[in-house]
Ligand binder design. Sequence first.
Ligand code: FES
Ligand code: FES
Length: 141
Amino acid sequence: MDFLRETLGLKGSHLGCEHGVCGACTVELNGHTVRGCLTLAVQADGGTVDTIEGLSRAGVIRDLQDAFVQRNALQCGFCTSGMLMAAKELVEQRPDANRAEVREWISGNYCRCTGYHAIVDAICDVLQQRKAAAGHTEASA
Ligand code: FES
Ligand code: FES
């Protein structure tokens, strides 16, 4: 996380607890979310690191970002990049997740502002939207 934030200037991922608890530092390493604060830069040598900046620019989480705004799923925003990284992994890996499973999935990401309900609402919205776009009609939440 120090390398991303201080050397590369990518400040979108945040440092909260700095010991693997809060999830504010979540990034993807080789397609899987990791705690940035517990991952040494040398561990990513030769691998692919995706941050909130790259995913935002690529547009791959546009629907999640829109849903977070529409549902008021952020207040101070400190947790938001980590939440979005976790949510991205969820909607890709568990497209049929129900509300309880969404809550469990994001339980490793702390939010001190929202009370979580709006975040879960936003993620459930995107699960339903993506299912509808994929031609499914079943509700996921
Ligand atoms: S800063 Fe990494 S988990 Fe909290
Ligand atoms: S919006 Fe403030 S910590 Fe989540």
